[in-house]
Design a binder for this molecule. Sequence first.
Ligand SMILES: Nc1nc2c(ncn2[C@@H]2O[C@H](COP(=O)(O)OP(=O)(O)OP(=O)(O)O)[C@@H](O)[C@H]2O)c(=O)[nH]1
Ligand SMILES: [Mg+2]
Length: 466
Amino acid sequence: MAEFPCFAVVGHPNQGKSSVVSTLAQDDHIAISPVSGTTREAHRYRLVLKERVLYEWVDTPGFQRARQILEWCNERARSAADRPALLSRFVEEHKADPRFADDCAVLTPVLAGAGIIYVVNSSQVYSSAHDAELTLLSWTAQPRLALLNPMGPAEQVAATSTQWQQALQQYFSLVRTFNPLRDSFTSQLALIRSLAEIAPEWQSALLEGVDALEHQRQERHDQAADAVVGYCEQVYRFELQVPLAGPRDQLREQALRQYNAELQRRESRLQRTLARLYGHHHLDWEAEWQPLGHRDLTDQREWRAWGLPRRRLAALSTAAGAASGLAVDAAVGGSSLFLGAALGGVIGGLAGNFAGRDPVTIQWVEKIPGYEHWQLGPVSNLEFAVALFGRALRIWYQIRVRNHADRATLKLSDTDLNQWLEGLASRQQVQWLYWVRKWLKRSLTESEQKQMKHLILSIGDQMDSL
Ligand SMILES: Nc1nc2c(ncn2[C@@H]2O[C@H](COP(=O)(O)OP(=O)(O)OP(=O)(O)O)[C@@H](O)[C@H]2O)c(=O)[nH]1
Ligand SMILES: [Mg+2]
């Protein structure tokens, strides 16, 4: 056995094998495609943390001629004990034969000691071709687990599930369902724990790896929360000065454009930072953000959509305003009374406070003769501040829950964001608003930023259960 756990991910072509490897290895460089036969050779991917190899996953091509290999071995085997050696002999004799190139690439790592993860698209029908693959794999006598990857529609998966369970249970002591595109980090760790059950020699290494991954994830969240706090501090306090050189109206427009461009640049930087933190190097940001490039963030019809509904925001803001200092916890303290009172307040009047106000301070500064200019910023409107912050949290959420096998373009929808913000506990919303209001007046102190970060982390924990 290798010094670290090593599992070959095998099966028919186009079953999601590379997807499983990509998610488990947290590597988005691995080729995944709907074209059958994408993986042509076996590739080893190590998950390394702090210079220690936690696991090695071997991505393999799909089986092609399992039945012929089975026949070849059967003609020569005198007893079951001969089978592993016969398989090795088969590979030795056929490794240069192009007809068996894929099958030899599958069997080689297993015969060299790798454990087996057999992946099937459980929405397909079980066939005798699978029989041959399962028999061959059982002959290697390596630890093995079967993964049902529910790739098709739920009705189809349900229709074939009994068939698969009955067939696979004959060859595998453990059968698990795992969707490499969607299943959560917790499910990924559960899968690794299952591997620990079937491979006693690697049990402690596999479980130590799970601990290390959990620790790494907490660190990532921690750094992500720092990045979000740093981003808000920067964009809220950002000031742009545009010197006078033409008619005022034109200059104002030009200044707004520059200001928007700067905000978008900073948001893109935040996306990249967060993506890198979670090991994503190929997120399709360009395509995703292209349409937003044309949006004018200072057009209220646009940015209002990203925050909380106005009435809700007004009520929460009142609640947050009435809470003072650290008493915000005590004041809100899980009781809905306080919030209820706020909600029952003069909502219309409060909402009027937001209406028609510019999202940022825009002023004509002409104190020094000959140096007149427009100054934009800092952010002065609560709705706009919430919108910017909400977008940052939503970007974090999407990266945080994204599996490395998922290559779809990231999409941020305003309904999603609204629903998600509304889904937070009222207490969290009030606390959040409390800090945003404060932030609009001045920079947060170091200790206030820590409290803000703490709140962001608790919002993040809620995200995982959404
Ligand atoms: N909807 C859905 N699609 C999936 C799932 N798993 C994989 N796919 C898609 O299925 C296709 C094949 O996935 P791969 O991971 O490349 O499959 P493979 O078994 O490595 O394929 P070969 O290398 O060609 O043998 C890709 O388009 C994946 O995005 C899943 O759980 N759900
Ligand atoms: Mg593949």
